[in-house]
Design a protein around this ligand. Structure first.
Ligand code: FMN
Length: 184
């Protein structure tokens, strides 16, 4: 009996994986300064089984909030492309790319511009997710769509940073809507 139950559980697990894999190989790329977006990225990883990649800059942002805001503002005004610390190995093998970031000064941190310009997203499915103070997406989705003009950009998920830890059910509902989850 135990053996049978094990086999059934194994078959269910296999079906779940196949469902996620039928959408192709999944990458969850995320930039996070104070941890909220990273927490959301981990929830997406748990639900999809994708690979997690941290977008980090070669020169880390200041730990002090005001200094960080000042630098973020300056980079935005200068339309800067801060160099990144690491690159995604085998980006060409991924079909679905979740792209996560905090709302910084009404859009994405400029490091995301560096990231999205670096890779060819043509033909890939790109799904944004964002945490914010209260400004929602700001202009970030428009900016992201411009940088991923040849990708299929699906409806993303935005949430206040302070609510991320209680967002598991909402995240699952959104992922089920996109059709990219292990659980169905
Ligand atoms: C440099 C900087 C700029 C920010 N600008 C905005 C903003 O324009 N609108 C907003 O709603 N939140 C803004 N925030 C708040 C963050 O979007 C929010 O706290 C987010 O959840 C942080 O995510 P993280 O923990 O992954 O870094 C800003 C935070 C920082 C550090």
């Amino acid at each position: 009996m135990k053996k049978l139950m094990f086999l059934v559980a194994f078959a269910i697990a296999l079906c779940g994986t196949a469902q996620a894999q039928s959408k192709g190989k999944i990458l969850i790329a995320c930039f996070s300064w104070s941890g909220n977006t990273h927490e959301l990225a981990k929830q997406i990883q748990q639900q999809t089984g994708g690979d997690l990649f941290e977008i980090t800059t070669a020169k880390p942002y200041p730990a002090d909030y005001s200094e960080c805001v000042n630098l973020a503002r300056k980079e935005q005004q200068e339309n800067a492309r801060p160099p990144l610390a690491a690159e995604v190995k085998d980006m060409a093998t991924y079909d679905v790319i979740f792209v996560g970031y905090p709302n910084w000064c009404g859009s994405m941190p400029m490091a995301l511009f560096t990231f999205l310009e670096k890779y060819d997203m043509s033909g890939k499915t790109v799904i944004p997710f964002c945490t914010h103070g209260s400004g929602g997406w700001g202009n970030s989705v428009d900016d992201l769509k411009k940088l991923c003009a040849k990708a299929n950009v699906l409806e993303g998920f935005a949430i206040r940073g302070s609510a991320v830890k209680q967002s598991k059910d909402e995240v699952l509902k959104w992922l089920e809507k996109t059709g990219i989850t292990n659980s169905k």
